[in-house]
Design a protein around this ligand. Sequence first.
Ligand code: 2PG
Ligand code: MG
Length: 412
Amino acid sequence: MARITSLKGRLLYNSRGSKTIEIDVITDTKHIGRVCASSGASVGKHEAMSFPDNKPEKSLEILKTNEKKFIGLDPSNLKSIHETLRTIDSTPNYSKIGGSVAFSLTIASIDAASKSEGIPIFKLLTKDSDLRFPFPLGNILGGGAHAGPGTPDIQEILVCATGSKTIRDAIEVNFAVHKELGKILAKKDTGFTNGRGDEGGWAPKLDNDEALELSAKACEQLGFTLGKEVSLGVDFASTTQWNESRKKYVYNRAGFENTPEEQIDFVSEIIKKYKLAYAEDAVHEEAFDEMSILTERFPKVLIVGDDLLVTNTEILKNAVKKKACNAAILKVNQAGSLYDAIEFAKEASKNNIKLITSHRSGESSDSHISHIGIATKSKMLKIGVVGGERIAKLNELLRISEYDLIRGMAEI
Ligand code: 2PG
Ligand code: MG
């Protein structure tokens, strides 16, 4: 069994060019586990705080001061790494050391253990041998907090090859739809410059309806039937539109407002019209009751909590009590450590809440979440379609397929 001999933190940059940190976990077997932290643009109120006072440098300083506490630990023992971290920062949201340290250090430890033991990360994270590939879910058209003025208010229109039988086919279908949509957009708007949002989805000057309409057209033009071979999903990221003082969803770009009741109708119409398989954060992050209405109304659609749950086990328990969702986003850096995120996954599975492991809009070129998605038995893996930092995760799925340890695609 390997032992940690040192840690090294450094200041780097994410896919948005914003400062972030990377941590190396070095073992006595001379292996390095390495993870660079990601970060969100639409951030939930109760997420782990990325850095104390927004200063990555401060996180690195605290890590350096406390490095000795981790020396001698077994990097595969996630619990002991997590508990040691908790002796340094016991705040619920890692506000002292920064959630990015919790994220990078715990995943880098498992990365180091995987390299020293010669066992893939997904196998180290679960004893379950009945593993499947989650369906890649990718952003084909971006708006909201991920793209500039003129784009839709809706943050993400997503594609998922729900009829694919292999991981390679599922990835290729997503590429095809993204590409076809690009052609449609270029035809529709001669001023379209192939501009893309933070996650690689096209960022055209369109309103919500047109964006959805053209996304559906891209699937249909390729011969796919929506809801069969291919399905669309939407991350409404509704907290971005929610105006707390006016108690309304304000769609600035499209120029309308929804009361909470109107928002439910607005979302319901979209789900029905485009046969969505997936609807994320259809209402704002504290609207558990409205989420329950949608969950009851659409039992066959993944009604997904992201900002609603922020990968927090206690919030999930409350959501389960209220039947506020049937699916949950798992973002390790919302929770903080990988240990926290795995606890969340266990609670979700226990309550039949389907998991979707997800990237952040500001990413690194790491690919550990592809393993985390498999190990947590996620139904989908929200990792984008194009862009180097997105492709890194998709390519890792293809490498994993060479092990012959995964039995086909997940059952959604
Ligand atoms: C989301 C994510 C990822 P961000 O809202 O689901 O798509 O975006 O990382 O900006 O929170
Ligand atoms: Mg989201």
